[in-house]
Design a protein around this ligand. Structure first.
Ligand SMILES: Nc1ncnc2c1ncn2[C@@H]1O[C@H](COP(=O)(O)OP(=O)(O)OP(=O)(O)O)[C@@H](O)[C@H]1O
Length: 392
């Protein structure tokens, strides 16, 4: 319940104000101070939701008190009580951050509406602070999910490029074998870009049947094909102002490639079955484990689209080429997996880590994560080289 401080040197007025407040709500907690010095001490000690403050007072007047409090507690609402001849000061106090002022003798309706408004404002500020701290926690969680672990020179080079390209709108083609972290790189670029407040929409071009990919990317109108039971937005539209991530772009059909090329050239999409065009502002990132130049030679990928997508090309190296990252990755996955399972992270012995470093890792980081999970479930604590040999 709201905690209110009345600062007023005249005891009778204090009493009147207190009674008005308690009549309004008997659960209000009301404290009193007879001058600014006493009030300052109380405000330092307790968390008030509102201060009703006289202007003319001995020792420290209302204006001085307001000045002092606004430094430490700028969101604490003050309602100034102005007597004859202090209106100008009251107006000045509003400029300095007071919420409102009322004149003496206090008019009941005016006083209560000022009190209600001030408490509403305080609640809103509180809610806002709560939401913004929840937001920060969520952001930290998301960032952790997409954290790129490793200190190898190869990974550092990638991080440097990410930092450079992220704030631009340049299209980036991310290449590299399966499980090396291409999707992670795409997320990292988006998170660090000016579009981070908008969504990153992902499309796995290999997972969508070729006859559906156009409707998936560009949307469709109701009745444009069997199964199109209502109008649907495509991924380009959904990514408006944000980022579209075309994963496994090397698996896209030639006809979809032609249409994507047109959207990239013109910045407009047409839903399947519609003649009208919709403007979209989308940054496109793409990834593939295929050699697109080879695909171009074979006639499976359009060269013009390749050039449009690969303004910047970022190659993510295999894990076997950055084995020095393995110990940190093991520790990272061990922590994440323990958190998921609600256990303490398992220790991996030095020799076990060396044995793991000497494996081939054809499935790259994804395979390493699976192996760490397997060893946490099946291995001892600490995990030994024998565990590694037995379960890998
Ligand atoms: N540097 C890294 N630090 C921590 N985790 C990583 C790192 N790189 C990859 N991972 C993790 O490895 C897994 C595979 O990564 P990701 O899906 O990004 O790879 P990919 O190259 O896109 O794979 P694919 O080509 O099969 O789609 C994910 O769980 C990802 O979080």
């Amino acid at each position: 319940m709201a905690k209110i401080l009345i600062v007023e040197d005249e005891e009778t007025i204090r009493r009147v104000l207190k009674n008005i407040l308690l009549d309004e709500n008997k659960d209000f907690e009301v404290d009193e101070a007879a001058d600014g010095v006493e009030a300052k001490e109380l405000i330092g000690k307790f968390d008030y939701d509102l201060v009703l403050c006289d202007i003319k007072m001995p020792k420290m007047d209302g204006e001085e008190l307001l000045n002092a409090v606004m430094i430490d507690k700028p969101t604490l609402p003050f309602i100034m009580i102005s007597g004859h001849g202090t209106i100008e000061i009251a107006v000045n106090c509003i400029k300095k951050g007071a919420f409102d002022y009322i004149s003496k003798p206090p008019d009941l309706g005016r006083l209560l509406s000022a009190v209600r408004n001030a408490l509403d404002k305080k609640n809103l500020i509180h809610e806002n602070q709560k939401l913004s701290s929840q937001n920060k926690i969520l952001k930290r969680k998301v960032n952790k999910k997409y954290e790129m672990v490793g200190t190898s020179k190869k990974l550092d080079d990638i991080k440097v490029i990410i930092d450079k390209v992220a704030p631009t709108d340049a299209r980036v083609l991310i290449t590299g074998p399966n499980g090396t972290g291409k999707e992670l790189v795409a997320h990292s670029i988006h998170e660090k870009s000016l579009r981070a407040a908008m969504p990153m929409i992902e499309v796995n071009c290999a997972a969508i049947p070729s006859e559906l990919i156009e409707s998936e990317l560009f949307g469709h109108m109701k009745g444009s094909f069997t199964g199109a039971v209502k109008d649907k937005q495509g991924k380009f539209e959904l990514a408006h102002k944000g980022t579209l991530f075309l994963d496994e772009v090397g698996d896209m059909s030639l006809s979809a490639q032609a249409k994507v090329l047109r959207v990239l050239q013109e910045g407009k999409v047409s839903r399947v079955g519609s003649d009208s065009e919709i403007s979209v502002d989308v940054r496109v990132l793409a990834a593939t484990n295929k050699d697109l130049k080879e695909q171009i030679k074979m006639g499976a990928f359009r060269e013009d689209l390749f050039h449009r997508l690969s303004v910047i090309e970022l190659r993510v190296p295999s894990l076997k080429d950055r084995k020095e990252d393995i110990p940190l990755l093991i520790e990272h996955f061990s922590k994440i997996i323990a958190e998921e399972q609600g256990n303490k992270p398992k220790e991996f012995g030095k020799k076990a880590i060396e044995t793991l470093q000497n494996l081939d890792w054809t499935g790259n980081i994804r395979e390493l994560r699976n192996v760490v999970e397997r060893l946490i479930i099946l291995g001892g604590n600490p995990v030994t080289p024998e565990d590694v040999k037995r379960f890998c």
